[in-house]
Design a protein around this ligand. Structure first.
Ligand code: ATP
Ligand code: MG
Length: 425
């Protein structure tokens, strides 16, 4: 048994998680915290979620707890609901052969934590800890690698990547998020297993890409994607961009200048691409429809930050054309691009525009037909018309008037405007 490092103690682990471990052990089973939670606690970072590995079979785990969700009984996994938290409890497991580079053909349940750790991808993810006994299990030197800032496969990298091609991308994702160097043999194996990687389901790829993008060092991650060849399999559209040193540097700096929000960083990644390349790429990676729609509107209104907006009315028209949700990201993207290119006048101009946009929006002016003081029915009443194209035309006329002068957005003013409009035919 390894000595437990001081960062690991009962005190840092939530009581409901300790209870799950204790319930299993009282019933005569072994139970450990494993994987990401141990890695994060050792880095001094808060753990996101707690995974438990146990000698108990899933059927027994189900009996031992009051509230459980049978998330993956076949693979030995159930989720125990412990107060407000879901704790994933998985039976010690080994994996059979991988015929397809995606999923093991079978899983076998084991009695021993060390064999369970051996199936895990990287040494820093293959440590276990039992807080009650202060038992720390680290058969592959994960703690040492973590302290040295190294990401290393458990076992032979080529073999591990050929079992599950996603691990190639996970290597780059963990290196990028945690700012680790990829150990030499692990790094060298990635380009050799790109064909295995290409067989992985697109949803799994997207999920890892998202984690990389919202992480602490997305620029570093993108550089690794390029140098390992993974980028050519995930986003071949970008390969040309990263083949020029300067363009690659801009791309990296642009992403890093953006706040860690997924849609923003995704747009930042693709920002130099024509819409005919960027939008199909997002569709191919099966991003949610809402994300694809936001990207489409960002690309459609790319010109917003270059538009000539000499007065408040033209500024309101420009904001209305983009829509409120796209304006912030468009300013962020333009500012990030300007920073990547060295800041200067361009950045100052964008920040000045941002200040004006903020002021304009603070007054909460009506920017769309839905925000007019009269709704469709009231417009019909005022005009004495039945539903039809004339009503839409009238609404657009009113919007045009209030974009010019927001104080006209009252019932009386609009009724007067409509009388004039009708009189003009
Ligand atoms: P995160 O903080 O991103 O959730 P994590 O380490 O918890 O990081 P998960 O993807 O949630 O990562 O997986 C939990 C654990 O399961 C990992 O720490 C690792 O031990 C193991 N694991 C996950 N995916 C794989 C894989 N493809 N191959 C081998 N082991 C894996
Ligand atoms: Mg996790």
């Amino acid at each position: 048994m390894d000595t437990a490092p001081e960062q690991l103690s009962r005190a840092v682990i939530p009581p409901e998680v300790l209870e799950v471990l204790e319930t299993l052990e009282r019933a005569g089973f072994k139970a450990y915290l494993v994987g990401g939670s141990i890695r994060d606690l050792l880095r001094g970072a808060p753990a996101k979620d707690y995974d438990v590995a146990t000698s108990a079979r899933a059927e027994r785990v189900v009996q031992l707890f009051r509230r459980v969700v049978p998330t993956g009984i076949k693979h030995g996994t159930v989720t125990v609901l412990a107060r407000q938290r879901g704790v994933e409890v998985t039976t010690f497991r080994g994996e059979g052969a991988y015929a397809d580079g995606r999923r093991p053909d079978s899983v076998t349940f084991l009695e021993d934590i060390v064999e369970d750790l051996a199936r895990r991808d990287f040494t820093i993810n293959a440590m276990a800890f039992n807080p009650a006994r202060r038992e720390f299990v680290d058969p592959f030197g994960g703690l040492q690698d973590l302290r040295a800032g190294l990401l290393r496969c458990v076992g032979n990298p080529r073999q591990r990547f050929s079992e599950d091609g996603l691990r190639c991308l996970r290597a780059v994702r963990f290196a990028s998020v945690l700012n680790l160097s990829i150990e030499r043999d692990t790094l060298a194996a990635i380009p050799l297993e790109l064909d295995t990687f290409s067989k992985v389901a697109v949803e799994r790829v997207r999920e890892e890409l998202c984690k990389l993008l919202v992480g602490a060092h997305p620029g570093f991650g993108v550089r690794l994607l390029g140098s390992t060849g993974l980028l050519s399999r995930i986003l071949p559209e970008l390969v040309e961009e990263v083949s020029s040193k300067e363009a690659e540097r801009h791309l990296e700096a642009r992403i890093e200048a953006l706040a860690p929000e997924l849609e923003l960083r995704l747009a930042g990644l693709l920002w130099e691409l024509a819409p005919s390349l960027a939008l199909p790429a997002a569709e191919r990676l099966r991003f949610p429809r809402k994300t694809q729609e936001l990207l489409a509107s960002l690309w459609r209104h790319r010109g917003f930050t270059d538009a000539h907006v000499p007065d408040q009315a033209s500024l309101r028209r420009a904001i209305a054309a983009c829509g409120r949700t796209a304006v912030g990201p468009l300013l962020d993207l333009a500012a990030a691009q300007a920073k990547a290119e060295g800041g200067g006048d361009r950045l100052e101009r964008i920040e000045a525009l941002r200040t004006r946009v903020r002021a304009a929006l603070a007054a909460n002016p009506p920017l769309s037909v839905g925000e007019l003081a009269l709704d469709g029915r009231q417009i019909m009443e005022a005009l004495g018309e039945k539903p039809g194209p004339r009503v839409g035309q009238a609404a657009r006329f009113l919007l045009d008037q209030v974009l010019e002068d927001p104080s006209l957005n009252s019932r009386e003013a609009m009724n007067a405007l409509l009388r004039g409009w009708r009189a003009r035919g």
